[in-house]
Design a protein around this ligand. Structure first.
Ligand code: ADE
Ligand code: ZN
Length: 342
């Protein structure tokens, strides 16, 4: 069926099967839901209405965004809140062609204000299981440590997560990057690997190329979240290319947080054309102006991406995922059929 509201390019990009690998579930909290949950839970908000919330979403850098993002999390209180948040994300993602989602959550943001770990993880996972049944979107869950709270708090969070180990595929590292290098978390990530967890880390978003080297060599990550500052270090670009290290790039996020002045100056196309395993993702779509299909459509237009480059990034998303081999090949065959037949 054709959708009169979408151009041919949008229809192709939205319809293209894809995995989303860099998505903070707390970053999918749309202002309308923020207000509904605030009213339900009796949580005061510093905004009079939804329009004022949207108007406040002007960020100069990562920290100015994180301040607003963590404040918004205060409305998430019950298991049902986490369930509804995740369900709403899955509906939007599925509409933009996401068939597999690897989702970050930030447990410390919630446990530090007295919300039990099980409330968070049970709400998210119940929605992911229902979403898989209803929409066919498969999933993995990634526990992110807040790097600015330090390694000791991260280790305590890992211990707290172990009773839920069967629900968690990997650990990650997020929050304020500058001044919080990956090397501080070597022991935590070693322990996570010993528990059989895979590893990813935000690095080279605002932080220097050195942080990407540390994530690779000390944390032994499977992919780098963002990683766009690798560009400043030719040896690092070579390493990422030669080792096929995936980068989960988030174009809207990078522009909103001032990493690039606009999409036309984003280095996504350059990285892709140098042979790096680039994927496109939405990061915190409620705050940055769009979901993964929206990011791909806008990046394709601003950077004049060819159709086979768009398909390559969708292929990369499955190749870089934590899907098992048989499933990965099934998804790639499905994607190739769509790319061929439209
Ligand atoms: N937490 C949520 N979004 C983030 C981002 N873009 N960088 C670091 N931490 C985050
Ligand atoms: Zn992120």
């Amino acid at each position: 069926m054709t959708d009169p509201g979408r151009t041919d390019q949008e229809r192709f990009i939205f319809g293209l099967p894809k995995a989303e690998l860099h998505l903070h579930i707390e970053g999918t909290l749309e202002p309308e839901m923020m207000f509904a949950l605030a009213a339900r839970n009796g949580v005061p908000l510093p905004y009079p209405d939804v329009e004022a919330v949207r108007a406040a979403y002007v960020f100069g850098d990562l920290q100015s965004f994180l301040d607003v993002y963590y404040a918004g999390c205060a409305v998430l209180v019950t298991e049902q809140d986490f369930y509804e948040l995740t369900t709403a994300y899955l509906a939007r993602a599925a509409d933009q062609g996401v068939t597999h989602a690897e989702i970050f959550f930030d447990p410390q943001t919630h446990t530090d204000r007295g919300i039990p770990f099980r409330t968070v993880v049970n709400g998210i996972c119940r929605a992911l299981e229902d979403g898989e049944r209803r929409l066919g979107v498969t999933w993995r869950l990634i526990l992110c440590f807040l790097r600015d709270l330090g390694a000791e708090a991260a280790m305590a969070t890992l211990e707290r997560a172990l009773p839920f180990r069967h629900l968690i595929a990997a650990v990650g590292l997020d929050s304020a990057e500058l001044g919080h290098p990956p090397r501080a978390f070597e022991e935590v990530f070693r322990r996570a690997r010993a528990e059989g967890l895979s590893c990813v880390a935000h690095a080279g978003e605002e932080g220097p190329p050195e942080y990407i080297w540390e994530a690779l060599d000390l944390l032994h990550v499977h992919r780098i979240d963002h990683g766009v500052r690798c560009w400043e270090d030719q040896q690092l670009v070579d390493r990422l290319r030669d080792d096929h290290v995936p980068l989960t790039v988030c174009p809207f996020s990078n522009v909103k947080l001032g990493v690039f002045p606009d999409l036309a100056h984003h280095n996504l196309a350059n990285l892709l054309r140098l042979g790096l395993r680039v994927t496109v993702n939405s990061d915190d779509p409620a705050y940055f102006g769009g979901y993964v299909g929206d990011n791909l459509v806008a990046a394709a237009e601003a950077l004049a991406l060819e159709r086979d480059e768009i398909v390559q990034m969708a292929r990369n998303s499955f190749v870089a995922s934590f899907l098992d081999e048989a499933d990965r090949h099934r998804r790639l065959a499905q994607l190739d059929r769509f790319a061929r037949d439209g």
